[in-house]
Write a protein that binds this ligand. Sequence first.
Ligand code: ADE
Length: 245
Amino acid sequence: MTRIDIISIFPEYFAPLDVSLIGKARERGTIDVRVHQLRDWAHDVHKTVDDTPYGGGPGMVMKPEVWGEAIDSVIGDGAPRMVVPTPSGRPFTQELAQELAGEPWLLFACGRYEGIDTRVVEEYAGRLRVDEVCIGDYVLAGGEVAVLVMVEAVGRLLPGVLGNAQSAVDDSFAPGSMRNLVEGPVYTKPPVWRGREVPDVLLSGHHGKIARWRRDEALRRTVRNRPELAAELDPETLDKHDRKL
Ligand code: ADE
């Protein structure tokens, strides 16, 4: 059982975690998700969690004392791996998702406004493994949606969450043969739709040829849609056929 704690001033953002794959995994007890309201650890009548930034500038910064009490109370004597979503963090990748999926306990600390006083990360980095993580080169209104993204990406990698364990192996970006590759196109019935035919090879039942075709299509799509990834493909792992594509 993987435990996931999430601290946020908007616990309502996490309603989607009741649904679909992650919702089912929670019902089955594969994942234990606990969402906490940060304001429960604010003591003034207004439940204040932010203040103006030292040095001036726009926006507000989240106060360290409230975060410190919240995290101490949630972790007790334990030592979860802590993730702080922020546009200034390291990139979230499938590789990091795999790594997080191997942890027994994750704690996500969602900042809002201009972020959390930086001493909070410093403080816990002395005791826990802490990563500041960015899900993409754009700025969200807060860390909540980024945490939903990460919990879904990590959750589907946990044993027993996906119906078919092979689908995580074949995923775009999956370490192994899909490293630096995105998946190619997929088809289902009917064999002809609006005059558009499913490629013959997929109906052939020839597993070797199907695997070859899928790899070729993955390479083609990677070159077209993700040239920067294609440039990272290791020439050693490309076979003679790949090189001609
Ligand atoms: N908070 C705001 N924008 C973010 C991003 N791109 N990734 C992670 N956390 C964020």
